[in-house]
Design a protein around this ligand. Structure first.
Ligand code: SF4
Length: 400
């Protein structure tokens, strides 16, 4: 068989990953400033009409409230747990990406679904909602640095190479990926998963003797495979910047799981040292997200999705102490909602997810003003063919 090789890509760092550092700070005052002030840190966010740049957070707050009541039941706002306080307070439902995907698929009445989250989540909502519903992302620049590490064309080329080489591979993609990658998975017998159901998704195929090519988070892929008993030597990393992913033919044949070399710039900040300090000096239980490295996961007491973290910490006994390895806005909210417990972020430097942070409340107001005036600003639409195949992959996930 004539197998076309995979050509390496030019090394580039997603701009979102570079921007991450702009919002890291030592004090934990995460209150929003005017959009104009936030623009001064040199970020490249979507342009908005001038009037929104100078509005104070208090003015925006009362205008968003007013617009919500004017638009009424035609509007449904979804808010991801990593959103800032000034935005999530307006959400009709909050959740992690899995819960919000379910909520979007169940919502049948609202004409406008405003997604306060990132681009791949809004795409997923568009796939799961009906044709007469419009999904809106307040700031089109709100992507995800991890999703940006797996451009759809590179994933397609890598998949073509690996699948023509060994027919036993199945593609699985993390929710944090483009609709085109979800579509590739649907078309090729695979599915989408989130951190809540990655183990079930992997087990479904491994139990049948299949091999998995997982995109785009190497850490979730590795942690999941290891938890199901796959040996570390049977997990290989596909490096998109190297010829044929940097792997020999023999390595691809022997591997049980290939993981794309992507990572989350928020969760890879956590270290084993931070876990040790939390345990030994603060006598805390440590709970982390599976996007953390395997060393961090191994040294922690508990690992699980955002909803799992909320559940475990909220249901723990009064007086318990928790060191948490996930996004700071969620950790701060958990701490406020559980005043009877001591809750802190493992990382002493406060670093919100830079792309979730791009949903400044002024953007929310801008799109709501648009709806009230009969204008749909920032609609996220997935093309029909991509929608059909990615829905197959999402439905397979929802059936797990
Ligand atoms: S926390 Fe990480 S994976 Fe989640 S949106 Fe931010 S960069 Fe992407």
């Amino acid at each position: 068989m004539n197998i076309k090789s995979y050509q390496p890509r030019k090394l580039s760092i997603p701009v979102t990953e570079l921007e991450q550092a702009s919002f890291c700070q030592l004090d934990d005052n995460l209150r929003s400033k005017t959009l104009e002030e936030e623009f001064r840190s040199g970020v490249k966010w979507q342009k908005v009409p001038n009037r929104y740049l100078k509005m104070s957070p208090a003015e925006i707050d009362s205008e968003v409230k007013r617009m919500k009541s004017i638009i009424g039941s035609k509007l449904y706002i979804l808010g991801h747990h990593y959103q800032r306080e000034e935005v999530i307070k307006f959400a009709d439902t909050t959740g992690d990406s899995f819960k919000l995907a379910l909520e979007a698929s169940k919502e049948k009445n609202a004409e406008f679904i405003v997604f306060c989250g990132v681009h791949f989540m809004a795409e997923t909502a568009d796939i799961l909602t009906s044709a007469n519903q419009k999904v809106i992302l307040p700031n089109m620049a709100a992507g995800c640095s991890m999703a940006d590490m797996a451009p759809s064309e590179d994933v397609q080329d890598a998949w073509n190479f690996v699948s023509s080489f060994s027919g036993n591979y199945v593609p699985i993609t993390y929710m944090n990926s483009t609709a085109a990658i979800k579509s590739l998975c649907g078309e090729n017998g695979g599915l989408v998963c989130t951190s809540s159901n990655a183990e079930k998704a992997f087990a479904k195929y491994l139990e049948k003797g299949k091999k998995i090519f997982f995109f785009p988070d190497q850490h979730l892929g590795r942690n999941t495979a290891l938890s199901l008993g796959v040996n570390l030597e049977e997990i290989k990393v596909w490096n998109p910047f190297k010829l044929n992913g940097g792997l020999s033919n023999e390595e691809i044949k022997r591997a049980k799981v290939l993981v794309w070399q992507g990572h989350c710039s928020v969760h890879t900040r956590f270290t084993v040292d931070q876990v040790e300090i939390a345990k030994n000096e603060k006598h805390a239980k440590v709970i982390v997200h599976p996007e953390c490295t395997n060393e961090v996961v191994k040294s922690s007491d508990y690992t699980g999705s955002t909803e799992y973290i909320i559940d475990v910490v909220s249901n723990s006994s009064p007086g318990s102490v928790w060191g948490i390895g996930t996004e700071i806005n969620l950790v701060k909210r958990l701490s406020l909602e559980n005043p009877d417990k001591e809750i802190f972020c493992l990382d002493p430097i406060v670093c919100p997810c830079a792309t979730m942070y791009r949903i400044h409340p002024a953007y929310l107001l801008w799109v709501l003003d648009g709806i009230a005036a009969g204008l749909v600003i920032n609609q996220v639409e997935v093309d029909f063919e991509t929608k059909v195949n990615s829905k197959i992959a999402l439905d397979r996930m929802l059936e797990l």
